[in-house]
Design a protein around this ligand. Sequence first.
Ligand SMILES: [Zn+2]
Length: 182
Amino acid sequence: MNSEELRICENNMRYKFCPHCGGKLSLEETFSLSRPKCVNCSRIFYQNPAVGVAAIIIRNKKILLGRRRNSSHRDMWCIPCGYVEYYEDAKEALIREMKEETNLDIKLSTVFDIHSNFHNPAQHTVGIWFLVEEHLGDIAPGDDVEALDFFSTAEIKEQNIVLAFPTDVRILDDLINKGLIR
Ligand SMILES: [Zn+2]
């Protein structure tokens, strides 16, 4: 993100009132960045990205994608993913999310890549894409995924599959370049 984009983000305060005392939040320079600060109790609110985790599940050099059901990016496709809950281990979160969204029991391999996602101004995330070593069970869409299928990149083009997230597009390019998908 460049400085101009950062400035725009700072001016778009996501919250207006203090969750502790209900006081008004104002922007104040704190450690060289403007951050929301409560005018009443003086608490500073550090705005940090949430953590998202995604599973790269490959069969016959095709990647598993899910069509989204919820309002955000409805009917667009993504690499199956989810948010890490506040008290949850990141890897356990992904194993749980994949059971909910795909019905698969997965065994994680290594981290494939990490990207910052700025596509949603209301919730920036840091995404961690894991390679999946093993996936067991019958695939069945659930939770906020309404369809699942394996795609080659040619099939993604032919079937006009629209990917919801620009970082998923980068991941697909890198998977092709490394010969992991076709
Ligand atoms: Zn307050």
